[in-house]
Write a protein that binds this ligand. Structure first.
Ligand code: PMP
Length: 397
């Protein structure tokens, strides 16, 4: 068995004292294979990325075809590159008409950075409202609007003028005023443990932002592209943001992010002074080609509406005395346990038994289920049996 473990530890920067250390050599559908030939069912999709599963042929063909034509040519926004133009046209056709201008970047965090800058520039204001337990990324701007002090405080000073409120608490509305540039919210908080902002709350935010002249930003980096049972989670509430943020599943497994706004708002990055936001690799042609293929596959296989029925099956099969609650929407679920230790043990047993699950940054007592949307009924039944067995094993230990 060939292993790169030594190089991983000696040459690569580490992010935690306890990396998972799976050494994956192949991936197909919902299955990952390690360097010992052991198979794992992937129930987290590289954290809500691989919606079409691994090794989707339409996506890999699109990547190869584009790589043969050209890869990087020029910084974003200068040359006309067919994969970018075609993909932007395709997404805007699926969005409300008010969201008709796409700015491509490389990642979720960069989409957040672009959106915060855009809101400041468009409104001429600097105050920002975000929410406790929100995760928007790890760069300075994104960190500033994060709703958790532990990860933030070592990096202060961060952006000034940030107010943190509770989701679904309408007292937040009083903090939106004539100084507010924007409100940034995840319609379903990912790292907070899949906590859903209610339609009434999102609607109240929409009204208050409109009257105060503040921009409403929805971070759909984790919820986007069918995961919650709608193509975009804002469709559940019928509330349209001024800026929509996409990432993760957007690129079909390739790095791609986007902030999307109305043309009039977006125009302010292009003048007085121009080049208000610049990226070398944003909207990389190979990523955009993969993204277009992934979106076409998602629509062709009707995976978005099917996510709802798959959620129901998971909820029906996952019955165990150790489960306090199952939260979330579609295939973005949190299995809430009594405490963090129990959760960690279940995750470890699952891993031994060939099931990849995970916890949440700001909710370590809950287990994350975010499988590829292609997971089928037979696979759901198999993995649920293994999940229940792991809970039994940890309960009896
Ligand atoms: N927003 C949300 C809701 C996320 O879940 C994440 C990533 N977990 C990000 C932003 C940041 O994305 P990236 O890691 O691609 O920078």
């Amino acid at each position: 068995m060939l292993s790169y473990k030594k190089d991983f530890f000696s040459a690569l920067a580490q992010t935690s004292p306890e990396p998972l250390l799976l050494e994956i050599t192949g991936a197909s559908g919902i299955t990952l294979t390690d360097n010992n030939g052991k198979k794992y069912s992937d129930l987290i999709s590289g954290i809500a990325v691989s919606n079409l599963g691994h090794g989707n042929k339409a996506i890999t063909d699109a990547i190869k075809k584009q790589a043969d034509k050209f890869t990087h040519l020029m910084v974003y926004g200068e040359y006309i590159q067919a994969p970018q133009a075609l993909f932007a046209k395709k997404i805007t056709a699926l969005l409300p008409r008010s969201l008709n201008s796409v700015y491509f970047v490389n990642s979720g965090s960069e989409a957040v950075e672009g959106a915060l800058k855009l809101a400041k520039r468009f409104t001429g204001r600097t105050q920002i409202l975000s929410f406790k337990n929100a995760y928007h990324g790890s760069t300075h701007g994104a960190l500033s609007v994060m709703g958790d002090e532990t990860l933030k405080s070592p990096y202060r000073p961060l952006l000034p003028g940030i107010t943190l409120s509770e989701i679904n608490d309408e007292t937040a509305l009083k903090d939106i005023n004539a100084d507010t540039a924007c409100v940034i919210i995840e319609p379903v908080q990912g790292e907070g443990g899949t906590r859903t902002a209610s339609p009434a709350f999102l609607s109240a935010l929409r009204k208050k932002c409109s009257t105060a002249g503040a921009l409403l930003i929805f971070d759909e980096i984790q919820t986007g592209f069918g995961r919650t049972g709608r193509l975009f989670a804002f469709e559940h509430a019928g509330v349209t943001p001024d800026i929509l943020l996409l990432g993760k599943a957007l690129g079909g497994g390739m790095p791609l992010g986007a902030f999307i706004a109305g043309r009039k708002v977006m125009e302010c990055l292009a003048a007085n002074p121009p080049l208000g936001h610049i990226t070398t690799f944003g909207g990389h042609p190979v990523s955009c080609a993969a993204a277009l293929a992934a979106l076409n596959e998602l629509l062709k296989k009707k995976l978005t509406p099917k996510a709802k029925a798959k959620e129901k099956l998971f909820r029906r099969l996952l019955k165990h005395k150790s489960i306090v609650e199952i939260r979330g929407k579609g295939l973005m679920l949190a299995i809430q346990f009594e405490n963090e230790q129990f959760c960690k043990k279940v995750i470890a047993v699952c891993l031994q038994n060939g099931i990849i699950v995970d916890w949440f940054l700001f909710c370590p007592s809950a287990m994350r289920l975010a499988p590829p949307l292609i997971i089928n009924e037979k696979e759901i039944r198999q993995v649920c049996r293994k999940l229940i067995r792991a809970m039994d094993e940890v309960s009896q230990a």
